[in-house]
Design a binder for this molecule. Structure first.
Ligand code: NAD
Length: 266
């Protein structure tokens, strides 16, 4: 792509995104401009051949798509700082958790192309499940741009902003639920006599492979489950225990409760 990409805040998320854009051929290193208040972070960006710049304003002057990748409490501050330099060619992409389109607009001003993205931690390994919503003057061309960029680090879906709390409850918080699941599966393996390291690898690879089957076959997860549960077999015995423990209700409640908490914090 011919767009230049800027990062205000060159932390973990910015680094993961920038490295993926280059690795996936979305853009060249020379098209990326990043800055940070911490000099070391700029050096990290320099180490993979991108061009660190000296100020947030310089990022805006140098780039077309501007990632706001600072912690949520600093988002308004940096947007107010760069506001006089924002033009129609800019797409401002905030990845800050819980910062609404309205507060982005209040800080960046009317008439700015705004995209709010809710990524999740697996962004750091190129497998994010993200959602975006548009605000200000953003249109389909901004959505296409952000989709192309995030497809370098996983999958992204467009939703109304009112659904972003549900996205937070599901995919935003979801990695923690899956980590708990992997740990518990590994504990089960250890209980049954497996060494810890092998149990953990088997548990994690089982989650990865099962997720891939859902995504690649497009089959309903219930149908895939039925395919591996033979009559009076081992798997249905295990599934029966999960059902007795109310595992489905536990996952539903986890997502719903996290969604409500996201609404309270918004
Ligand atoms: P981080 O702390 O690694 O990076 C933030 C960077 O911003 C830091 O390097 C900091 O020095 C810099 N910074 C602070 N004030 C600045 C300023 N005024 N100008 C320029 N740079 C400044 O944080 P992160 O984990 O990369 O998170 C960045 C954003 O992504 C946050 O808003 C967070 O809510 C969001 N997010 C992160 C994750 C995740 O998995 N880490 C998931 C979803 C959303």
């Amino acid at each position: 792509m011919d767009k230049r990409i800027g990062f205000i805040g060159a932390g973990q998320m910015a680094e993961a995104l920038a490295r993926a854009f280059i690795a996936q051929g979305v853009c060249r290193a020379e098209q990326i401009f990043a800055t940070d208040v911490v000099g070391e972070r700029k050096e990290v960006f320099r180490s993979f051949n991108t061009k660190p710049v000296d100020s947030n304003t310089e990022v805006v002057k140098s780039a077309d798509a501007i990632f706001i990748a600072v912690k949520p409490q600093y988002v308004s501050v940096v947007l107010r700082e760069v506001r006089p330099h924002l033009e129609d060619r800019h797409t401002v992409v905030s990845i800050a958790a819980g910062v609404t389109l309205q507060s982005l607009k209040d800080a960046a001003g009317e008439g700015v192309r705004l995209v709010r993205v809710m990524p999740n931690t697996p962004c750091l390994v190129g497998e994010t499940a993200a959602a975006m919503c548009l605000g200000g003057k953003a249109d389909d061309s901004d959505a296409d741009l952000v989709r192309r960029l995030f497809e370098a680090v996983g999958k992204i879906y467009r939703v109304d902003e009112k659904l972003l709390s549900a996205v937070t409850g599901l995919s935003g918080s979801g990695p923690a639920y899956v980590f708990v699941m992997i740990e518990a599966l590994a504990d089960g393996g250890v209980r049954a006599g497996l060494p810890r390291d092998i149990a953990q690898q088997l548990a994690a690879q089982t989650v990865l492979g099962s997720a891939k089957m859902v995504l690649e076959t497009g089959k309903h997860p219930g149908a895939l489950k039925d395919m591996v549960t033979s009559p009076a077999g081992t798997t249905i015995a295990g599934v029966h225990e999960l059902e007795k423990a109310g595992v489905r209700a536990a996952f539903i409640n986890a997502v719903y409760s996290a969604t409500q908490r996201a609404d309270e914090l918004a």
